[in-house]
Ligand binder design. Structure first.
Ligand code: FE2
Length: 289
């Protein structure tokens, strides 16, 4: 069975409505709200609606969002995101980003799963949350979480040894079933892509799992720019693709809002990139993954 899916990321939908003012009494959250308001100038949530419409027009089977769907992990933001995802005519798959675990409170209460768990339904190892596997014939989306709360001015991620052990097991099992394995993770996994304080803290351990077990494609977000790289796998290089923010109105092409369409057919993975032109998406550079 062939699968067509759209990949976008870092949509940062902002909704401060109904949020109690006491929440912002601490210095950190006041600063965070100010930052989010500033960031609003660089994002337009309506572009995400255009991605959803494009995904439907392209008859995509799935819309994959690799995290940072909110800014501050507020309930009002998650409510907005859930409404948007539920209204999408193309079923959504989502993983969390660091912004979706912005505060220890939001992370501890499991707010992301509470609001968006239905978009992460799938097979799991030992009932653990991550990774989850969504199977579409011989294609498997493998959703990981690198979302952890970090100190102010940090945007680091961590998968953790336990999740990496489950990922190792999962990738091996899917390889035995000759599945096309598409690994989803919010933070970049190629060395040197993210600067310090913005990086995946256990990047080397993730790379060791890929080196041992392989994958057919790895997708991420976080950097708000288009990135193409690869990691060594047991039988060759594994392509790694990052996409810019799905709602960015930043003018430079690599940082403007974009989405990618993947056509997986047997072992072939085709990729097309669409970039926002201010009113709609233009297709650019058709490439093989
Ligand atoms: Fe991020």
């Amino acid at each position: 069975m062939a699968l067509r899916f759209v990949h976008c990321s870092d949509i940062h939908l902002l909704d401060l409505r109904g949020t109690s003012p006491w929440r912002f009494l601490n210095k950190r959250m006041t600063g965070a709200v100010n930052l989010a308001l500033k960031r609003r100038k660089r994002h337009d949530g309506r572009i995400f609606d255009a991605i959803v419409a494009s995904a439907a027009k392209l008859a995509a089977d799935r819309l994959v969002v690799t995290g940072d769907v909110t800014n501050l992990a507020l309930q009002s933001e998650f409510e907005l995101v859930r409404r948007k995802f539920s209204a999408s005519p193309v079923p959504v798959t989502v993983i969390p980003g660091n912004h979706d675990a912005y505060t220890r409170g939001s992370a501890r209460s499991g707010r992301f799963a509470e609001y968006l768990g239905e978009f992460m339904a799938g097979e799991r190892v030992d009932d653990s949350e991550f990774p989850f596997v969504q199977r579409f014939g011989d294609v498997a989306l493998v959703g990981c979480s690198s979302a952890v709360p970090s100190l102010p001015l940090y945007a680091t991620g961590r998968l953790g040894d336990a999740q990496l052990a489950r990922l190792d097991k999962t990738l091996a099992r899917l390889a035995d079933q000759t599945c096309v394995r598409v690994v989803l993770v919010h933070h970049p996994v190629v060395d040197g892509v993210s600067h310090e304080r913005h990086d995946l803290l256990d990047i080397a351990a993730f790379q060791r799992v890929i080196q041992a077990r392989g994958a057919e494609l790895i997708l991420h977000g976080h950097e708000h720019r288009k990135l193409v790289g690869s990691l060594p796998g047991p039988t060759g290089r594994v392509p790694v693709h990052g996409i810019s923010s799905g709602t960015s109105v930043v003018p430079s092409v690599g940082k403007r809002a974009a989405f990618a369409v993947y056509d997986v057919d047997g072992a072939d993975i085709g990729r097309r990139l669409f970039v926002w032109n201010g009113a709609d998406f233009d297709e650019t550079e058709p490439t093989a993954a």
